[in-house]
Design a protein around this ligand. Structure first.
Ligand code: COA
Ligand code: ZN
Length: 304
């Protein structure tokens, strides 16, 4: 297998996970968890999103979270932004790194941000101008890249055009999301192969929901295609407790465990990360899908 020696993991639980919790997680608890995650060796984290508080009530405290977390040297903290209003709020809260989100599926983009893909892209230009004028770092985040429940397999040409546009407006890297967990390793390889001339693999990150159990296998396919950045959420947080079948991202500690057991460095202290996952479970008051919390690591995975 053609595998990297080192991988960067982007923790997205405080955004992708917390946004789906129906009971409000007190701001102090969110901050406590983010601060604990910062001490595990993680280099990058999506801490919150500046979306409409009616759309995502649990992240209504985005500004408070962003200003009060202890920002550890060397950790990149980012916030998700759906529109210009979100960018303005992020700017006010002193956010330095933004992830501009857009779905490659018309139906999903409409339900998510109430815009067509074309309108979202035009908006991105305006947001990017504002962000760059204030020295923000921009990431482009694409949702539904590996299958959409309403539109099936979105054509690669459409995905390519969106990536190209985001690079044009100044995105430094691009996250490809399997929002619906419909991807499989062959689908992932095939899709990534289309992008080799468009974007170097080192600028891509992959975001897998484990809805159908293919998340870690998809990571392997991503690494074989040269990708070295992967999103994951602590404990496997995510999915909607009131929507049967919806599932979170692959659990960060399960991903770290697999990689480190394989000899691929993550820079993360696994036992410490598992402790944070247990804390998250206590805070949200229900069991999480994490295999590490249930079974614990194999001894040879405990290395950085
Ligand atoms: N934060 C706070 N308020 C916002 C906002 C934001 N990011 N975007 C819009 N608003 C406010 C506007 O100021 C306006 O307020 P007003 O009525 O007091 O003037 C109102 O919401 C309506 O604005 P509009 O631009 O018409 O928004 P919309 O109703 O079309 O909603 C979104 C669009 C993007 C705000 C909303 O769909 C959203 O937040 N979606 C996020 C979904 C999400 O996070 N999904 C998961 C992550 S991928
Ligand atoms: Zn997601």
């Amino acid at each position: 297998m053609n595998l990297p020696r080192k991988v960067t993991i982007i923790e997205v639980g405080p955004r992708d996970g917390f946004q789906n919790e129906h009971i409000f997680i007190p701001t102090d608890q969110k901050i406590r968890i983010i601060d604990a995650l910062s001490e595990t060796g993680l280099a990058r984290m999506e801490a919150t999103s500046f979306v409409h508080p009616k759309a995502i009530p649990n992240l209504a405290d985005a500004a408070d979270v962003m200003t009060r977390i202890r920002k550890k040297e060397g950790v990149l903290y980012e916030a998700l932004i759906p529109n210009l209003k979100g960018a303005e709020r992020a700017l006010q809260a002193g956010v330095k790194n933004v992830k501009l989100v857009i779905s490659v599926s018309e139906a999903h983009n409409k339900s998510n941000v109430n815009m067509s893909v074309a309108d979202s892209l035009n908006n991105m230009e305006e947001i990017a101008r504002l962000a760059k004028a204030h020295g923000m770092r921009i990431t482009g985040g694409l949702a539904m890249v590996f299958g959409c429940p309403w539109e099936g397999k979105v054509p690669v040409s459409k995905i390519e055009a969106i990536i190209a546009r985001l690079l044009e407006v100044g995105a430094e890297d691009i996250s490809l999301g399997d929002t619906s967990g419909m991807g499989d390793p062959a689908y992932v390889s095939e899709t990534l192969n289309h992008f080799v001339d468009l974007i170097e693999a080192g600028k891509l990150s992959l975001h897998f929901h484990n809805t159908r159990g293919t998340g870690l296998a998809n990571v392997l396919a991503g690494m074989e295609a040269g990708v070295t950045m992967f999103d994951a959420s602590i404990g496997g947080l995510g999915g909607c407790p009131f929507s049967p079948g919806a599932t979170g991202n692959i659990a960060t500690e399960d991903l770290v465990h697999m990689l480190q057991a394989m000899g691929i460095a993550t820079g993360i202290d696994l036992p410490r990360l598992i402790e944070v996952a247990k804390t998250v479970q206590e805070v949200i008051g229900r069991p999480l899908p994490s295999s590490m919390v249930k079974a614990g690591p194999v001894p040879w995975s405990i290395r950085k």
